[in-house]
Every structure is written in structure tokens, then in C-alpha cells.
Ligand binder design. Structure first.
Ligand SMILES: [Zn+2]
Length: 49
């Protein structure tokens, strides 16, 4: 199977995912996923960050 290297946009960690799920896997952990959702909520009130 082929793996692809990605960088988590939240913690900047490098992680690897299967090619099959590469599009779905954006964050290295669920923690980073929830953090990104928190940031999106903040983004509604302040356009930056
Ligand atoms: Zn991360």
C-alpha cells in the first residue's frame, strides 16, 4: 500500500496516511481536528487567524 506524507495544519506535525484516505485525513489526531473546529468558530467573529 502507498502512504503519503502530510503536515498537520494545527500542530505542524508530519504524519503519514494511506493514499486511500489522504483527502479525508487533514489532521494528525482528533485533538487537532477539534482544535481546528474551535478556530473556525472564532473565525466567524474575527476574520483573521
Ligand atoms: Zn496535529
Amino acid at each position: 500500500m502507498n502512504y503519503k506524507r502530510k503536515f498537520c495544519p494545527i500542530c505542524r506535525n508530519e504524519f503519514v496516511v494511506l493514499n486511500d484516505v489522504e483527502e479525508k485525513a487533514v489532521y494528525c489526531t482528533l485533538k487537532c481536528l477539534s482544535e481546528s473546529q474551535n478556530k473556525m468558530n472564532y473565525g466567524l467573529s474575527s476574520s483573521l487567524v
